[in-house]
Design a binder for this molecule. Sequence first.
Ligand SMILES: Cc1cc2nc3c(=O)[nH]c(=O)nc-3n(C[C@H](O)[C@H](O)[C@H](O)COP(=O)(O)OP(=O)(O)OC[C@H]3O[C@@H](n4cnc5c(N)ncnc54)[C@H](O)[C@@H]3O)c2cc1C
Length: 126
Amino acid sequence: MPAVYAIGDTVASDAWNGQPVPGLAPAAKQGGAYVARVIDAQLRDKPKPPHFRYQHMGSLATIGRKSAVADFGFVRLSGPLAWWFWGAVHVLFLASLRSRVAVAFEWMWAYLTFRRSTRLITGKVD
Ligand SMILES: Cc1cc2nc3c(=O)[nH]c(=O)nc-3n(C[C@H](O)[C@H](O)[C@H](O)COP(=O)(O)OP(=O)(O)OC[C@H]3O[C@@H](n4cnc5c(N)ncnc54)[C@H](O)[C@@H]3O)c2cc1C
């Protein structure tokens, strides 16, 4: 179907220099921006952009309550500093100020109360 696009976690692609694109938020965002450019070109009767190529900006992962690793190739961090960096990056990349404040508050509350932070939606959402 020419007007239907699959991006992000719904698709497997070798657009990382021939390697599989990782199932990460930046990959989904880059896919979204790419499809927007394709649709824009279609609407304006312009040539289609070249094939999608994923740009890897780095890797971040948390380990428990106070440790993380951050690897940007030229700089690598680990431990509590990387943990705070991980949190700040995730909050800053959210779409609106409202989301940033809400998520920062929820994460801080979950951290202080030792509550497991919610990453899955399993019931009715109000
Ligand atoms: C526990 C966990 C931790 C992760 N940690 C990281 C991390 O630290 N860094 C990182 O980069 N990535 C992380 N990821 C991966 C990242 O979350 C995904 O790669 C990214 O969210 C994919 O974006 P997406 O838009 O493809 O899908 P999603 O973000 O899953 O968005 C899909 C949306 O579609 C909605 N939807 C589903 N079905 C329907 C329907 N029938 N009708 C309407 N809407 C629907 C869903 O509710 C959802 O909002 C993590 C994932 C998990 C599960």
